[in-house]
Design a protein around this ligand. Structure first.
Ligand SMILES: [Zn+2]
Length: 84
């Protein structure tokens, strides 16, 4: 059985070591170069500031939260397209 080579998501270093477990039981890793801690497959995704700003604008247009949540993936696609 072989282990995957893990690299740091911030600096790209391969000097990553196991560092206990996070609250949901997933293995936590720590970069020995920049001290960033991360998990391989995080369940909690970070919502980018651009998406938050767009959601705020939709609230100002009086679009209900349920409607915004249903179209969340469409919003992400819109934000991605706006960047290009
Ligand atoms: Zn690093």
């Amino acid at each position: 059985m072989s282990e995957d080579i893990i690299s740091c998501s911030r600096c790209g270093s391969n000097r990553v070591v196991k560092n206990s477990f996070v609250h949901n039981g997933n293995q936590n890793f720590k970069c020995k170069d920049c001290n960033r801690q991360s998990v391989l497959d995080p369940k909690n995704k970070v919502i980018e500031q651009e998406t938050k700003d767009l959601i705020d604008k939709l609230f100002l247009e009086k679009i209900p939260l349920a409607g915004i949540a249903l179209s969340y993936w469409s919003i992400r696609t819109m934000v991605t397209n706006l960047r290009q």
